[in-house]
Design a protein around this ligand. Sequence first.
Ligand SMILES: NC(=O)c1ccc[n+]([C@@H]2O[C@H](COP(=O)([O-])OP(=O)(O)OC[C@H]3O[C@@H](n4cnc5c(N)ncnc54)[C@H](O)[C@@H]3O)[C@@H](O)[C@H]2O)c1
Length: 354
Amino acid sequence: MSEKVKVGIWGLGRAGGGMHMREIEANKDILEIVAVCDIDAERAESFGKKLNVPYYSDPAKFLADKNIQLVSVATFSLDHIRHTRQALEAGFCAYIEKPIAASRAEAEELVELDKKYPGKLFVRQNRRFETCFQHVREIIDSGILGKVHTIKLCRNAFSRRDDWQTLLANNGGQLNNWGPHLIDHALQFLKYEVKSVWSELKLIAAQGDAEDCVKIIMQGKDGLTVDIEIFGGNALPDNIYEVYGSRGALLVETEDDIKLRYIEPDYELKPYPVNTGHPAGFKFADNAEIPWRRTTIMVEPKLKVNMNSCYRYVAESIRDGKEYPIKLAEALAVVEICDIVKSQSAFYNKELAK
Ligand SMILES: NC(=O)c1ccc[n+]([C@@H]2O[C@H](COP(=O)([O-])OP(=O)(O)OC[C@H]3O[C@@H](n4cnc5c(N)ncnc54)[C@H](O)[C@@H]3O)[C@@H](O)[C@H]2O)c1
């Protein structure tokens, strides 16, 4: 089949009117926007006229537009499930923005919808296809860093945010904002095997009542620890990736380059006996012979994906019947970690506030 998948975008804000538009444009050989909807009538009209497509400020009329195949749900977080259900009930496929739910219990409705409308519900973990995440994963899998024991994932900034996403009543907060992306990355690294979760939430620079700083330490089952830091109150941002292994490490400062220091792959690190007496000279270790390699490489994963790829996978699944690479169960696992983090914080667990 060669027709394009016809998309209706529901919610035309920073996500729907920005990211979704750009991603669809980047995949215009396979996707086209055929309708837009926003309760802000002026906004709906301005996008509709710009794109030359029907525009709606009444969601019921939008959902009656039978030209649509796929509804992208990019409305406020608390409405994602309801709007996804309405889109599926109207006969469309649905592409649900993160956060997919405010809790795992609430997400059960998505499990039911997925059973009732098989192959029609697509979860948007779009940062799974970041080139940098992909390349870092390929390097870890190549084995040059040896056995990886610690991965740090970090997105820091200093941001005096003042929008609806800074309010707990809207299911706002940094945990629901960047959290689903980095928790998804962490779970991919941990292969969904999590032994323990420690977390801490703080409010530093944002103007609402929800946390803007998230720290989560996830312990895996094979000696791997993933340390997530998403701080809206850090004026000196850290590297976005740090990976430490038994034969080397990597750092990523910006999304362009990866800095590596690792032991020559052919070199065998032979164990040598511990000196139980007092050391000869003033040494602590014998590292002199290790053949280190240092290099900085451009971010260029072998798998040619990028931030526009998620939409493409959705379209290829609808049009060509290809398997969508992000499973609902994986997005549910993200929500389960969010539930644990919420249970550990007085922002969400009122028992802890006493
Ligand atoms: N995946 C990502 O990378 C990513 C990035 C940004 C935002 N998001 C998610 O997208 C969602 C929207 O965030 P945003 O930053 O675009 O918010 P926003 O406030 O900029 O935009 C939301 C838009 O939805 C419209 N809207 C609200 N209720 C509606 C309804 N019932 N019918 C039609 N339109 C309605 C609003 O008028 C507004 O234009 C959030 O849940 C957020 O978590 C995801």
